[in-house]
Ligand binder design. Structure first.
Ligand SMILES: Cc1ncc(COP(=O)(O)O)c(C=O)c1O
Length: 390
């Protein structure tokens, strides 16, 4: 035992992972687990995706460290590959290390470009744990110990068209998740997103779409906003974009980029050559292997199998989500089911206060779907025999 204890901040799942490959992980005894957790959605392209590993290793043998002040070939190559997935109206991209950092940049751009202060987020949302991102995060459990947060930040009810009146000519930016992940796998309603886009445009504020969890093919489209026929003013992505390497990005249009100056933002590791190599390879996998199409297909299969297996269970409120971002909403806290499912060698995670969240890699097979669904169905059944639903 070391003297130093790791400040984990997360619940201990009682499992050591000693090997990880594709959609599977192994414990030190060699037991195989099906990974529907993927490190909060990071390993969407599969653990140790060979193209990503190869790109990082070869970059490591070349240039591993260089700040954006210096030109490196891999950064130029990355931009060329990102052009294939970043919407054409977004002309600039900044590379950072985590979702929260990319959100911070988006919020700063909204303030600086509009000269206004007010920032708007939605109830149930999650945008990260830095003070700015927390200020627009809707869940009190993450915020309450740290208030007061960044001034002039307000939270409006998610999916409420009426509440959008609070977006006014003082508003700098509004940030939204198209499918709330942490909040309980809750897709936005079509009318809400349409009205939000219109209201933000009318008030000349900035719409930031946070695709940290939904982006990079997970919902069956490269970006979840594509399901809703809108375009963000600023796009934020993270998690899957680095194929397992820590990387995030903020993409913005020319008119906003032109209002920013050197020194307005920065990050020592942002856009480092290893991250550039990882993101470039990840984009190649995303497009070359039709990741979004496969996520749509397997997501529908997983959704339909869950619905048919769980139909009639008194413990289950419903199954929802988009593509391979799914949630089984229970009438009880999900901890018991998540633990039971883990004992059946399937890793899932919690969302909201009642949801078992599934964030599998796009590589899952029909056999994996059967394994995962069977484990969940059996555990829901076991939980029902232990608890009376409310
Ligand atoms: C939608 C969303 N935004 C932002 C974040 C924060 O990302 P990170 O933990 O990489 O800072 C997360 C993390 O779960 C997220 O789901």
């Amino acid at each position: 035992m070391t003297r130093l204890k790791y400040m984990r901040f997360y619940e201990d799942r009682g499992l050591e992972i000693s090997k990880a490959e594709g959609q599977y992980v192994w414990d030190p005894e060699g037991n195989l687990y099906l990974d529907f957790h993927t490190g909060h959605g990071v390993a969407f392209l599969g653990h140790r995706n060979p193209r990503v590993v190869e790109a990082i290793v070869s970059q490591l043998e070349n240039v591993a460290t260089a700040t954006p002040s210096f030109k490196v070939k891999i950064r130029e190559e990355l931009l060329a590959s990102l052009e294939n997935i970043i919407p054409p109206h977004l002309s600039h991209v900044s590379l950072l290390n985590s979702g929260s950092e990319a959100v911070e940049l988006a919020l700063k751009i909204a303030r600086k470009a509009t000269g206004r202060r007010k920032l708007v987020g939605f109830s149930g949302s999650f945008h990260g744990r830095t003070m700015g991102a927390l200020s627009v995060t809707g869940s009190p459990k993450y915020r309450s110990s740290f208030e007061p947060l960044v001034g002039d930040s307000i939270i409006l009810p998610y999916n409420s068209v009426e509440a959008l009146d609070k977006i006014d000519s003082e508003t700098a930016g509004v940030i939204v998740e198209i499918v709330q992940g942490e909040g309980g796998v809750i897709p936005a309603e079509r009318d809400f997103i349409k009205a939000l886009k219109e209201r933000v445009e009318e008030k000349e504020a900035i719409l930031v779409v946070d695709e940290v969890q939904t982006g990079f093919g997970r919902t069956g489209m490269i970006w979840a906003f594509q399901h809703y026929n809108i375009e963000p003013d600023i796009l934020v992505a993270g998690k899957a974009v680095g194929g397992g390497f820590p990387a995030s990005l903020t993409a913005l249009p020319e008119d906003l980029a032109s209002k920013l100056e050197p020194g307005d933002h920065g990050s020592t590791y942002g856009g480092n050559p290893l991250a550039c190599a990882a993101v470039k390879a990840s984009v190649e996998v995303l497009l070359g292997d039709n990741v979004a199409g496969k996520a749509e297909f397997m997501g529908k299969l997983l959704h339909d199998r869950l619905v048919s297996k769980l139909r009639g269970s008194r413990l289950v409120r419903g199954v929802r989500g988009l593509g391979l971002m799914l949630g089984v909403d229970l009438r009880v806290a999900p901890g018991g089911v998540i633990k039971c499912v883990q004992s059946r060698r399937v890793l899932t995670l919690k969302a909201g206060s009642t949801v078992v969240r599934l964030l599998p890699p796009y590589l899952i097979t029909e056999g994996d779907v059967e394994w995962g669904v069977e484990a969940i169905a059996r555990c829901v059944h076991e939980e029902l025999s232990l608890k009376t639903p409310t």
